[in-house]
Design a protein around this ligand. Structure first.
Ligand SMILES: [Zn+2]
Length: 166
């Protein structure tokens, strides 16, 4: 490759990198999360979910990163998060909400009943991402991208956001 060619290639690469920064996506409000003392203890304060497989996949994936401990509530811990179900034609597959007593992740049976297991897993991963203060993004392969997506694992961007935030 000629030196001038290499020079222009480098310039183009620099321009590309500067206009396409894959920056972190946290919620503007840094207090919007379910993390308490470096962990999330989940339980049944607000009820339970029938989508235990999706719930467990979400918990295991985020917990395996080894940054925030996500474990079941015990008599000696305070519950931080519950998983419950509801049914409505509201266009929402699932949601995470700050709540008194414990925060809440709700799965919408209206859509979950017709979704594939991997779409349910991705939704559980997504809502837990909110519980970890992560916001939506449009990064391919990220569980924080909205919509019906078949995905059983965290994306590279999800892992780096978690690390950067906590
Ligand atoms: Zn969301």
């Amino acid at each position: 490759m000629k030196k001038t060619m290499l020079f222009f290639t480098l310039i183009l690469l620099l321009i590309f990198l500067s206009v396409n920064p894959v920056s972190a996506h946290f919620m503007t409000d840094r207090s919007k999360h379910s993390v308490d003392n470096g962990e999330i203890r989940w339980g049944t304060y607000h009820g339970s979910t029938k989508w235990t497989s999706a719930r467990n996949t979400g918990i295991t994936q985020w917990d395996n990163e080894g940054i925030i401990n996500i474990a079941g509530d015990t008599t000696s811990t305070v519950e931080d998060l519950s998983f419950t179900d509801y049914s409505a034609s509201d266009g929402v597959l699932g949601s995470w909400q700050k709540y008194t007593g414990a925060d809440r992740i709700r799965f919408n049976n209206n859509y979950f009943n017709n979704m594939s297991a991997c779409e349910r897993n991705k939704t559980a991963l997504h809502e837990l991402g909110h519980a970890l203060n992560l916001d939506h993004n449009n990064v391919a392969g990220s569980v924080m991208k909205s919509g019906y997506i078949c995905q059983n694992f965290l994306g590279a961007h999800d892992k780096s956001d978690l690390k950067e935030r906590w």
